[in-house]
Design a protein around this ligand. Sequence first.
Ligand SMILES: Nc1nc2c(ncn2[C@@H]2O[C@H](COP(=O)(O)OP(=O)(O)OP(=O)(O)O)[C@@H](O)[C@H]2O)c(=O)[nH]1
Ligand SMILES: [Mg+2]
Length: 729
Amino acid sequence: MSRLVPIEKVRNIGIIAHIDAGKTTVTERILFYSGRTYKIGEVDEGTAVMDWMAQERERGITITAAATTAEWEDHTINIVDTPGHVDFTVEVERSLRVLDGGVVVFDAVAGVQPQSETVWRQADRYHIPRMCFVNKMDRVGADFWRTVQMIHDRLGARPVPVQIPVGVEDKYLGLIDLVGEVVWLFSGERDDPPVTVPLPRLRPHDPDRWLKEALTAVRLAASLDGEGEGFKVCESALGEFPQRRGELIEAVAELDDQLLISYVEGHPISEGELKKAVRRVTLANVITPVLCGSALRNRAVRPMLDAVVDYLPSPVDVPPMRGTHPKTGEAVTRRASDEEPFAALCFKIVADPYVGRLAYFRVYSGKVSQGTMVYNSTRGERERIGRLLRMHAQHREDIQEDYAGSIVAAVGLKNTFTGDTLCDQSHPIVLEAIKFPEPVISVAIEPRTKDDQDRMSETLGRLSEEDPTFRTRYDSETGQTIISGMGELHLEIIVDRMLREYRVEAHVGKPEVAYRETITRAAKVEGRFIRQTGGHGQYGVVTLEVAPREPGAGSKFVDKIVGAAIPREYIGPVGQGVKETLETGVLAGYPVVDVEVTLLDGSYHPVDSSEFAFRMAGSMATREALKHAKPVLLEPIMQIEVATPEPFFSDVLGDLNSRRGHVTMVDQRGHMRMVRALVPLAETFGYATDLRSLTQGRATYTMEFDHYQEVPPTVAEAIRGKVRGFVRR
Ligand SMILES: Nc1nc2c(ncn2[C@@H]2O[C@H](COP(=O)(O)OP(=O)(O)OP(=O)(O)O)[C@@H](O)[C@H]2O)c(=O)[nH]1
Ligand SMILES: [Mg+2]
């Protein structure tokens, strides 16, 4: 067997944006217009194919990224629809890690919203070429050019419109393609094909005549009444067209030498030539083409698919995948070709109720067939691929084989986890894993009955295997199970899934902040674990130094023992003791982060020393050193953006201040006042309800994790008191 679609005709794209921008609505249209579905799914009616989970349909939001495939103009487009809510940011992160291009969706009224900024930076980190789709052009207050300006100002990008809208709000009719010089008009009925009108050649020396001819062509093709509203809207868009096309050519020529030559020589620039140039600068990530439309009104999704094919990369347009040899550590690369040895990255594990454990992976090179053995180079184990499946949201299609550049799921991999590399054992490679943020919020949960007790830990284990930002642990001091995640909604969904998918009922405590501890200066101590009892004694002595590291740098154990002060076999156990101690800090028992622990010296006893003794010595020394190193508590600080009508503005501001908030921006957008503030997570619980009552439900807000910061001393004292009281109980 060989591949049906050549690799140059494959596109792997992610749809990313702020919550509610219309990603799922766009994706549902793509599925319909490419012939994958025969009915359009609607988020508002709970019928979206991509939002298949019960929790997604009830709430009208996407929670888990869903993959599907569409055929368009002899190309295969693999699409991943991602969630916008920050609590599910893990889905965006892992999707971007394995995709080649992105479509960033904006709400034409709200413009660039905070989460769009976040996903934009995520895409920057992975160097993903992308285009912008300014959606919701039909909404009151929509403004294409304001959104373009915001993309420039807020995202520091170079947005270049390749389409301009025809009309706006209830008179939004379609667009003019600046590259192809074609007008697209849509009736808005889902089955009506658009009217496309090729424009006459521009006549720079006789613009009036050009406009007249263009208008006649549009009027005839779309059967417009020459006096009617529709005609006037087209007239105004066409009036703008020559200048906007000129601006597009200038912007691209400035960055593309090939186009620059034609431009300075004054040749008329052909569609083919301009399209190629736009593609080159988009792939090089120096500009971002901007499109417009209204997904809900079925307008402009088809030309967007054309643009995906024309401007976004195929797997061969992105640099070869880099990795390392698992044994030698040498750099190894894999080109996107079926002829290269097999290499793939697992980016998602899902417990599917019908087929069992599903591992999603992106094939970077080579081929993979069902029923064959592959090598998990991250874990050094061989695994058998049972079935190989192409996924369409939750529907599966069995396939025999798959090739470089594709995204597939396999059944049968037992010991492969998110971030693992799968490859050909005779050509091993380890690809860079995916980095996930740490949870910031936790709650205690208690099973309702004995029966629930037994199934709860297994269920939690499964859920945390699916979601690397969800953690679970047992607190032996309080006898409670603590689950942690990215936000209140995240944990609420987990508990709901536990009940519905696994029938485990649990009582859930109040959300708690996942504090951390760190130190602010260095300290050196000696830890002695010496016991002399009857027969065999215990002996381990170490000298350690602890020192603060940069915020976010993580913790590290360094061995600086010279000579044989401690035999080598005891160094590992010391490290072990250090690591265990860092898990519960000395202030209030929270994990200790960003410290370097250096083992400097020690002594041993030829008979009494043991691994255990050195582990204990390492642990005692670390605990003592932390106490002397001015430990502090750290708390997560959230960025909140509120959009409120003017009359409530001062109340909103006052309320943010009372929450230990630090206002970083105030702004006006349309009729709304915008406020941005940094607020400690601990002060944000219940904010949704408070904001609603403060503003009669007319303000909206978004919140996301920003950074960890030292807790002010008075607050820290209260937290420590609470924790101590809790433990004593
Ligand atoms: N007026 C208008 N509304 C739209 C348009 N596109 C989407 N919507 C509405 O916007 C809301 C959100 O749409 P979704 O497609 O769920 O947005 P999303 O980006 O997938 O949201 P999350 O997945 O939760 O981040 C729904 O009520 C849609 O009907 C549009 O073009 N015009
Ligand atoms: Mg969605």
